[in-house]
Design a binder for this molecule. Sequence first.
Ligand code: B3K
Ligand code: ZN
Length: 875
Amino acid sequence: PQTVYLRDYTPPPYLVDHVTLEVALHPTATRVRSTIRFRRNPATGPGHPLRLDGEELTLIAAQVDGVDINAEPDDLGLSIPSHLLPDTPFVWEAEVEINPQANTTLDGLYMSNGMYSTQCEAEGFRKITFYPDRPDVMAPFKVRVTSDLPVMLSNGNPVASGPGWAEWEDPHPKPSYLFALVAGDLQPTRDTFSTMEGRHVDLGIWVRAGDSDKTAYAMDALKRSMLWDEAVYGRAYDLDVFNIVAVDDFNMGAMENKGLNIFNSRCVLASPATATDADYASIERIIAHEYFHNWTGNRITCRDWFQLSLKEGLTVFRDQQFMGDMRSHAVKRIGDVLSLRARQFREDAGPLAHAVRPEAYAEINNFYTATIYEKGAEVIRMLRLLVGPDAYAAALDLYFSRHDGQACTIDDWLSVFSDATGRDLSQFKRWYGQAGTPHISVTEDWVPGADAAAPGGVTITDTTTSNAEAPAGMGGTYTLTLRQDTPATPGQPLKEPLVIPVALGLIGPDGTDLLPTVVLELTGPEQVFRFGNLPARPVPSILRDFSAPVILSRDTTDAERALLLAHDTDPVTRWEAGRDLARAGLERMILNGAGPDAGYIDALGKMLRDATLDPAFRALTLGLPSQDDMAQGLFTAGHTPDPDAIHRATQGLRRAIATVLHDDLAQVYDGMSTPGAYDPGAVPAGKRALRLGALAHLTRLDDGARARALFTSADNMTEAMGAWTALLTVGLGVEETQRFYTRWQAERLVIDKWFAAQVACAAPDRAVAVATDLSQHADFNWKNPNRFRAVFGALSGNAAGFHQASGAGYALLADWLIQLDAANPQTAARMSSAFETWRRYDPARRAAMTAALERMLAHPGLSRDMTEMVSRMRG
Ligand code: B3K
Ligand code: ZN
């Protein structure tokens, strides 16, 4: 496939002043008439042809200024030579025919369950009409839809409507990727919002008949998001209506189309009986994320797709701040760290590693990655930490005032920060261009003082910028040497040092704070920091609040970890200390055949019993590192991970925790019940998380008695799922699996869970068989991305099951990806990253994984999406 390079960017030679679309919907023969007012871009000079992208369109007729023009489209669009176009503004009109029913890619205009829906980001608009389908061409749109369906929606404000037609007008210039159109037999849930600027906004959430009882939470989350963006970023909504539509067949979570967000049903519909606490949190986050895009993405958009993180990294950072404010900052941050490591560090460590601002792509849809999104958000978090919250707020105000209505670059974004703060960000900019996760290693030195520490506290010296010796005769001196090193990634063998903010605190041997959090700036390959006037040798608490997306290594002892777990005042490093203890113990079990670590279990017991701690935090502490996480850690440390050994060790540790802490777990289980009506709020959700975490352990010992009782009595999906999966995980729950299905057969989102949990919880030697059986179930619909992902996403997430030594997991997934690719390349390509870890494993597994990659690559007609992903993975 053709590669697109950032360095080849050129501005658009023609700009668009206005677009009118008339869309006559028909399942197999939809007609789209476009009237587009073009003008030459004075910045690019004369002589350029007018290039219009267009794919899978049948051109009926085209005119320039009312005169028929003989345009001959190829597979990718058409060009009109400059000399056939006037120098003054002109009107392009075209009529095309498209077939939404035949569109299984879920990109462009397509049908799902009798309704019409669109997805245009990144390049779907070109499947609707001929257009310069690039984000730096922005225009106001007017849309007239005709169809025999009762509801017809598009971007902007409603203008007029009658039987069989509706007109919409979006006054805000927007790129074509934000275009949306929906038609169907949809039911609205309505509400209103008054902005701080006094605008009255009609809110609507549109769903299929029968789903209206599941919209209340999303509506509430939307209003809170609107209020929060006003209060925290000073940004008000800018149209008279804001609509959200739920669609069952959708490639990702949701899409921020201007004034008309389109959501995967799974990311908007919730009722206590059908959605878990995790679903509620994810709905809240995604509603906020798409809403926040109105300012960060829609009003200020990207110049080109290499700048994708400009809108995605910033919007993820904003949704993280919002969720922290709505729930608990500590719990939110720990959750974000977990998913960053699970997805982004994994990506950075393998053949798909790429920079937050990539330099080249074949298929842009392959770059909606954890690196663009989550690492992009981490980079902004570091920037905010380095400049401080006030300067961050000032820089954002400048960003909005300087760039509103523009299509921008990451350079523009950083210039705003250097202009607002006077700070030179040239080294910081490397975070955008350099792929890979930096490793920071720490060494320490301690010189006791001749005298007790003097009043006045700890002195801090960065020896790279100052030669000052610690004042003699006053307390002890602790020296911390930090080294940074980023391993090579594909196409980037050499790495430069980054600016890394390292938030640090020092803790005394008795657990007291010797030094509250300071932020050290690591800019060189190695830097030495000296802390003088200390009363005793401290234990460092490094990377507080996970101040940078790096891998930290430090020679430490279990005793120090236990001290941090008991006393660290920063919840993230405190949790991390427990995590490190668990990891170290598991590694000894895996590599040396050691037994479960009694010290770790003892420390865990203390956390479980500590009623002063937030239950949600305790629940996180109870979680063990995932098996994939262990595999990645072992690989990074130079070992070849054995998925079966990791599975056995994890099981062994769980059994030991259940046995040793039985009484504490039973007490937590009884004490954390949440009687009364289900409330999805963070506090009761935290209690349920802790209680269900305890249940998972107890189910190993009570033959499933508690879990069966809870499954029967549960009046909410969180507890029903928690009880059922606790049974499945220990090989019980056959009857409950049947009951679950019978009860929820009519609820497609619940049936997705039914498919997923059986595969995710299957024993390693059963997972492939379970997935195979379920793929033959009458309710398995491989063309629905949610259902496909339920089975095959769960398979690749079942580490020991997917990595079965026989290679059967690899072969099964490859077969299905080939089948899916022919219908839906985007989802197939996204799920192919299950193979990105092949280099970690032993020769036999590597051979089986690379054979699966070769087989996919050799498949005739493989999509551009899959071809790019598979060739990058194969390396
Ligand atoms: N911007 C969309 C993602 C589009 C993905 C295109 N393959 C959703 C979001 O990030 O908010
Ligand atoms: Zn986004």
